[in-house]
Design a protein around this ligand. Structure first.
Ligand code: ATP
Length: 748
């Protein structure tokens, strides 16, 4: 890698495009005071990413832009480009993963532009990049951002004036350890980003957790529901199969029963209609006739009792006549013949028998009234005369008439009785006939009644069958509904009951038990709910996949945090080791250069540790929010020949320059930078030391390109290329290639 060109445009006093070529290992820039030599050095600082405007002698970015002159307008921006030969492909960039990537360009160009508003742009091979990228890139070729290898005018003893910490930084830079520092910083940034990511991921997981838990519960529920569905299906298969078989059998049975009962009914109906309807309610002819006869008997009896009364009266009169004739018969006594008594007795007896045979109470009552009438007439006069002889003896002529009357009445009586007996006989016959008739009717009625009973029984049985049919229909409806309801819960699978094999015998109580089980599961299933199960599972899978992904990410992040910590620790260790090693090496070189410059004496660096209180972001560290940091710094120790002075402050300006140069060269010798810029570092040197300085330049130029701004002829003589800088008539700096003699003249 070599520094090829430096291109200035509108930078400070360089109004127009000015190109410096560094084809030789020592390039010297000469020119009168105020011509713009140091502006070239500052252009180098600027393009290499210098952030201190002050170190470029400005107070703001616009101070770096050509301000214009009498003849030239001011520039709108300052631009500097540096070109490196990268044929050995040493330039590297650290990518996002912290890896070094070699840049495959033959030439590396770095540009920096500054605008009047202070805006800066960094361009790497035509692409705008960040300052950090430029720093990383340069540190890969040992050009550190401390710019220890650019010694500006009056800064020859900068390293002596610097704090021990800044010195450490310069030494680290010189030793090429800056790249590790960048890597540490990069790792630190990555660590912070990773920690932030972890917080974000953890937050996301925390935010997702309730939803995930909710979905998990839903999925558990759904899986439970699935299990329940399987159980439900098995219950359904058995239940529905049994139910369907039962319903079929029942339907068949009822149909048969109905047919049987219907045909029996038809049969009975025919029989009923074939049995003659007998009207029992209307009186038969015989009964009417019987009534007439009974009425006649009654009338005859009335006539009979009238005749008997007549007869009694006549007989009484006869007795009275006879008694009157014979004796004085007390008036109160009525004589009744034995025959009469017998007649009355028979009459009463007949009436009683008749009454016995009567069913109708009114008839019986009438008969009894007759009997009473007979007795009423008889009772007050009853006295029994047992001798007919006595009666006859008392008879008189009237008596004969009475007897004749009596005879007529008796005859009449006889006739009546005969008639009566005839009628009674007829009545008996009629009664027997009526009884016979009634017997037939009764039998027919009985048969009809039995048929009706049977008819009734069959009708009831048929009604029962119809009720059963209706119930069966309801059961069939329930069966269909059950299938519908079941299909909602377990889908079309429910129809698989048809293939279910069951035992022939169906116990309805087991069916009921099964139904209860089914109902219980249905309620549970409805409670759990089936809706959207598939979506919930899908969502759960997505959310849990996301959560797993985040968990994996957390794991990866924590691994990468661990890896970064290890990397940082390793880098720090590496820096520490290489720093200590480097100090040893620098000390050897420093000692040589020092004794060479001073003709003896000693110079060496030592590492010192300083305790520093540092404000800490992490307030938990100490009560005060401060942290004690142990910082390592570098002390420069010198011992001049023949002098006791050891303090740096006590050295003369020249001695300070010599010490700085010795240290700077020692550092450059240990780890040569690609180039060294020395702006009048030799200003304080006397002739002898100028030669020594020139010798050292040549030595250093074997490993590093040197750009030296000088007024010193000795130094100029060591350069391969000499550039003269002058101020042109337009008031801007001008660059020209010059020979040594011209250079010496220009420099004056
Ligand atoms: P010396 O030998 O005395 O150190 P030098 O050659 O190093 O001088 P510089 O310090 O590089 O000279 O240049 C200083 C000159 O640059 C001054 O004259 C200053 O006016 C000029 N200059 C600085 N900034 C600008 C600017 N922004 N625009 C125009 N000219 C500028």
């Amino acid at each position: 890698m070599r520094l090829k060109n430096l291109e200035l445009n509108g930078f400070k006093s360089f109004s127009k495009k000015t190109v410096l070529e560094f084809q030789n290992s020592i390039v010297s820039i000469v020119g009168p005071n105020g011509s713009g030599k140091s502006n070239v050095v500052e252009a180098l600082r600027f393009v290499l990413g210098e952030q201190s405007i002050k170190s470029m002698r400005g107070s703001s970015g616009s101070d770096l832009i050509f301000k214009g002159s009498k003849n030239l307008p001011k520039s709108s921006r300052a631009s500097v480009t540096i070109y490196f030969n990268n044929s050995d492909k040493v330039f590297k960039l650290i990518n996002g993963a912290g890896e070094n990537i070699n840049l495959n360009y033959e030439t590396i160009s770095i540009s920096r532009e500054v605008y009047s508003d202070g805006l800066n742009k960094y361009i790497l091979n035509g692409s705008e990049v960040r300052l950090r990228d430029i720093n990383n890139l340069l540190s890969s070729v040992n050009i550190g951002s401390s710019h220890h290898h650019i010694i500006s005018q009056g800064e020859a003893d900068r390293i002596l004036n610097a704090s021990s910490k800044d010195r450490r930084e310069m030494v680290e830079d010189a030793l090429g350890l800056k790249i590790f520092q960048y890597k540490i910083k990069e790792a630190q940034r990555k660590l912070e980003r990773t920690t932030d990511n972890m917080k974000e991921v953890s937050l996301l997981r925390r935010e997702n957790a309730p939803h995930l838990n909710f979905l998990k519960k839903q999925v558990d529920k759904f899986e439970k529901a699935k299990e329940m569905q399987i159980t439900l299906l098995s219950f359904y298969q058995e239940y529905l199969k049994k139910e369907s078989v039962y319903l079929e059998k029942e339907q068949f049975f009822l149909l048969k029963e109905k047919e049987k009962i219907s045909s029996e009914l038809e049969n009975i109906k025919e029989k009923i209609s074939s049995v003659e309807e007998v009207s029992t309610r209307e009186e038969s002819e015989k009964e009417k006739e019987l009534k007439i006869l009974e009425k006649k008997v009654y009338e005859i009896r009335g006539i009979k009792s009238e005749i008997e009364r007549k007869l009694g009266r006549i007989e009484g009169m006869m007795e009275v006549e006879e008694k009157r004739k014979e004796t004085k018969i007390p008036e109160s006594v009525v004589l009744i013949s034995e025959e009469k008594v017998k007649t009355i007795f028979n009459e009463i007896n007949d009436f009683i028998n008749e009454a016995i045979n009567k069913e109708d109470l009114s008839d019986i009552k009438n008969i009894l009234l007759h009997i009473k009438d007979i007795l009423k007439e008889l009772l007050p006069k009853v006295s029994i005369e047992d001798s007919s002889q006595n009666l006859n003896s008392i008879l008189n002529p009237e008596l004969e008439l009475l007897k004749k009357n009596q005879q007529e009445i008796l005859t009449e009586m006889q006739n009546i009785k005969e008639e009566e007996n005839k009628i009674i006989e007829n009545i008996d016959i009629l009664k027997r006939e009526i009884n016979q008739d009634n017997e037939d009717i009764y039998l027919k009625e009985k048969e009809r009644f039995n048929l009706r009973v049977k008819y009734q029984e069959l009708t009831s049985a048929l009604e029962l069958i119809l009720i059963k049919e209706r119930n069966l229909l309801k059961e069939m409806e329930s069966f269909e509904n059950e299938i519908k309801e079941g299909s909602v819960l377990i889908g079309i699978e429910i129809l698989s009951y048809k293939d279910f094999v069951i035992e022939e015998n169906i116990d309805r109580s087991i069916q009921e038990e099964l139904k209860r089980k089914i109902e219980r599961i249905k309620i549970k299933l409805e409670d759990v709910g089936l809706g959207g199960g598939a979506e919930v599972i899908k969502e759960f899978q997505e959310v849990s996949e996301r959560d797993n992904f985040l968990a994996k990410e957390m794991e990866d992040l924590s691994k990468s945090i661990e890896a970064l910590r290890v990397l940082m620790a390793d880098l720090k260790e590496k820096i520490d080791i290489e720093f200590k090693e480097g100090i040893k090496k620098i000390n050897i070189e420093f000692s040589n250069f020092f004794s060479l410059m001073f003709g003896g004496g000693e110079g060496y660096l030592s590492i010192v540790t300083e305790n520093k209180r540092k404000k800490n972001d992490d307030e938990s560290n100490t009560e005060e929010g401060e942290n004690i940091v142990f910082e390592q710094g570098i002390e420069i120790n010198v011992s001049l020949p023949h002098k006791k002075v050891k303090e740096l402050n006590a050295l003369s300006g020249g001695e300070r320059s010599l010490t700085s140069i010795a240290l700077l060269f020692a550092m450059s010798q240990v780890n040569p930078p690609p180039f060294l810029v020395l702006d009048e570092t030799d200003a304080a040197l006397d002739e002898a030391n100028s030669r020594k300085y020139g010798d050292m330049l040549e030595k250093l130029s074997h490993h590093s390109q040197l750009i030296v701004v000088t007024h010193n002829r000795e130094t100029m003589s060591r350069a391969g290329i000499l550039y003269g800088v002058t101020v042109g008539s337009d008031g801007a700096s001008k660059l020209l290639s010059v020979k040594l003699d011209e250079a010496a003249a220009i420099a004056k």
